[in-house]
Design a protein around this ligand. Structure first.
Ligand SMILES: C[S@@+](CC[C@H](N)C(=O)[O-])C[C@H]1O[C@@H](n2cnc3c(N)ncnc32)[C@H](O)[C@@H]1O
Length: 246
């Protein structure tokens, strides 16, 4: 398998943004899509406490048991919450700087590792959490299925994947609707977006991020050893998926 190495320092725009926020600066996450669409959100969310999380992420924590893998852990808000509750949590992230921040925030187990490279012994985890829309890190239909099969090998019999995503079609933003339409014309999933982060002089590498409807998620899971047990909706397009191991 092609190894996706950790980001090089000049590519770690997300990590630089997290680092600046950790040092107390007021900064924003800037996300560029390959059609030129730019979005920006306050970075504070990545350091928020449980009380300020999206309600579906609060709910997600109720499904946690046993040994936890936090994929794309960012500054570690979910891992740290779970560690404090006594769970054995490993946070992994492709950004060396966010892992540095996790360690400085006293997360005991934090490793620089891309989702594509995550490979652990059978029965290593009981729960895999993908918070902050991180179902998106599955990247695309085929890649998601390959990674799900690998997650199957790494997890215990009763394992769950607890993932947040957003239904891309629940929007009336004309630019997004046009992007979905063009994707479908190219034979891609509508909600597969090519994005990168920018922060000051740092420019992240382009990567595919996948947003899916519930029906699309069910299609992806077929034959991978996983199936959806439950969806929990929010007031907007975000939803929580509880995915069980077969
Ligand atoms: C939207 S942030 C969510 C962070 C955290 N889960 C949260 O909710 O606070 C996405 C995270 O995924 C990480 N990431 C991006 N691509 C990745 C990859 N291929 N493998 C692992 N982590 C990745 C980013 O560095 C970032 O920390």
């Amino acid at each position: 398998m092609r190894r996706i190495k950790a980001l090089k320092p000049e590519q770690d725009a997300f990590g630089e943004m997290i680092w600046a926020c950790y040092k107390g600066e007021e900064v924003y996450e800037v996300i560029e899509r390959d059609d030129g669409y730019i979005d920006a959100i306050s970075s504070k969310i990545y350091f928020s406490d449980y009380e300020d999380w999206h309600p579906i992420e609060q709910k997600a924590m109720q499904f946690v048991e046993g040994r936890v893998l936090d994929v794309g852990c960012g500054a570690g808000r979910h891992s740290l919450y779970l560690q404090k509750k006594g769970y054995d949590v490993l946070g992994i992230d492709v950004s060396p700087l966010v892992i540095k921040v996790c360690r400085l925030r006293d997360l005991k187990k934090a490793e620089v590792m891309a989702i594509e490279d995550a490979d652990f012994k059978p029965d290593s985890f009981d729960r895999i959490i993908m918070m902050g829309n991180n179902f998106g890190l599955f990247g695309g239909f085929k890649k998601a299925r390959r990674l799900l099969r690998k997650f199957h090998r790494m997890t215990s019999e009763q394992a769950l994947i607890i993932a947040v995503t957003r239904d891309p079609y629940k929007t009336d933003n004309a630019a997004h609707l046009e992007y979905h339409r063009l994707n479908k014309m190219k034979g891609r999933m509508g909600g597969k977006v090519k994005i990168r982060n920018k922060f000051r002089k740092y420019v992240g590498r382009w990567f595919d991020y996948l947003m899916v409807s519930k029906e699309e998620m069910k299609e992806i899971l077929k034959g991978t050893g996983w199936k959806t047990r439950q969806f929990i909706n929010s007031a907007n397009s975000h939803y929580l998926a509880i995915i069980e191991r077969l």
